[in-house]
Ligand binder design. Structure first.
Ligand code: C2E
Ligand code: MG
Ligand code: MG
Ligand code: MG
Length: 283
């Protein structure tokens, strides 16, 4: 009986895996054409000042409006886009679209864009960035590029040259998901980032978890000593917000303030007082 069950379980997983492989292939094939068909849209999530709660920027987060599947999460399709070599054209579109929209905002706050490690290694990022800035007349200091540690794993001369060219253009660099990689501190030593994004896994259990409190305090201290700003991701509660402010964190991002919103809602959020009102509504 047990053996038969075991076998059934195996067959079940096998069928599941096959289904997943087939689904991934289907998504991959559709991804190739989705950029040209204009099926992607950018959503924007506010980055707020930890003390005043005023909006100091937005992170652009890509969404796939699939004709039949509905909204597909980037967590699902970004890895597939990387696998099939579609990430550079998708990522190029994201940079261009973020610049195009940011110049229309009523307040000149920065826009942050996520850069895939593959895109970082396999496309001429400085050229793409400077073309987009010029095309939309967005000042370089209003564009922040969010890189993860995996983008920088090999500190090759090519990587260094790329970072140098981006620095010359004048865009800001943020280190995303900080603390989740293998050698977070070594990147801080080698590369001049403007901002560190403290991963939401360190934020989730604040303020009760004393270890996480210590880790956050240490990250903020190191960053501040180096003249690097800090932002905490995934802030969902007032208690987390208060704890992060007390640790000296500069900016906050999370559902407490706002979920990612469609582009047309950005001007509404930038209207005076709107995020403060939102916080009161949640509290
Ligand atoms: P990320 O860059 O770390 O972005 C933060 C993610 O956390 C976003 O998920 C955001 O919606 C979510 N988030 C924000 N506040 C909260 C909160 O309070 N609680 C919780 N539980 N989650 C929160 P999203 O939009 O699904 O994006 C997931 C990841 O996909 C991003 O992580 C980023 O790595 C990647 N991604 C998104 N857009 C792009 C893009 O245009 N290009 C590339 N290469 N990657 C992207
Ligand atoms: Mg990000
Ligand atoms: Mg992040
Ligand atoms: Mg994250």
């Amino acid at each position: 009986q047990a053996k038969r069950n075991g076998k059934n379980v195996f067959r079940f997983y096998q069928a599941d895996m096959d289904e997943e492989i087939i689904a991934r292939r289907a998504i991959g094939a559709e991804l190739q054409v989705a950029v040209e068909r204009g099926e992607f849209v950018l959503y924007f999530q506010p980055l707020v000042n930890a003390a005043s709660k005023k909006i100091q920027g937005f992170e652009a987060l890509v969404r796939w409006k699939h004709p039949t599947r509905g909204f597909v999460s980037p967590a699902e399709f970004i890895p597939i886009a990387e696998e099939i070599g579609a990430i550079s054209s998708l990522g190029g579109w994201v940079i261009d679209e973020a610049c195009r929209l940011a110049v229309t905002w009523p307040t000149p706050v920065p826009v942050a864009v996520n850069i895939s490690p593959i895109q970082f290694r396999h496309s001429d990022l400085p050229q793409i960035v400077s073309d987009a800035l010029r095309r939309h007349e967005l000042p370089a200091h209003r564009l922040e590029l969010e890189l993860t540690e995996s983008a920088l794993l090999e500190s090759t001369p090519a990587t260094q040259k790329m970072l140098h060219r981006l620095g010359e253009i004048g865009v800001r660099l943020s280190l995303d998901d900080f603390g989740t990689g293998y050698s977070s501190l070594s990147y801080l030593r080698r590369i001049s980032f403007h901002k560190i994004k403290i991963d939401q896994s360190f934020v989730r259990n604040l303020p009760e978890d004393e270890r996480d409190m210590s880790i956050v305090r240490a990250i903020v201290d190191i960053a501040t000593t180096m003249g690097v700003a800090t932002i905490a991701e995934g802030v969902e509660t007032e208690d987390q917000s208060r704890a992060l402010l007390a640790q000296g964190c500069h900016q906050l991002q999370g559902y407490l303030f706002s979920k990612p919103v469609p582009a047309e809602d950005v001007p509404l959020l930038l209207a005076p007082g709107s995020v403060e009102m939102n916080v009161n509504a949640v509290a």
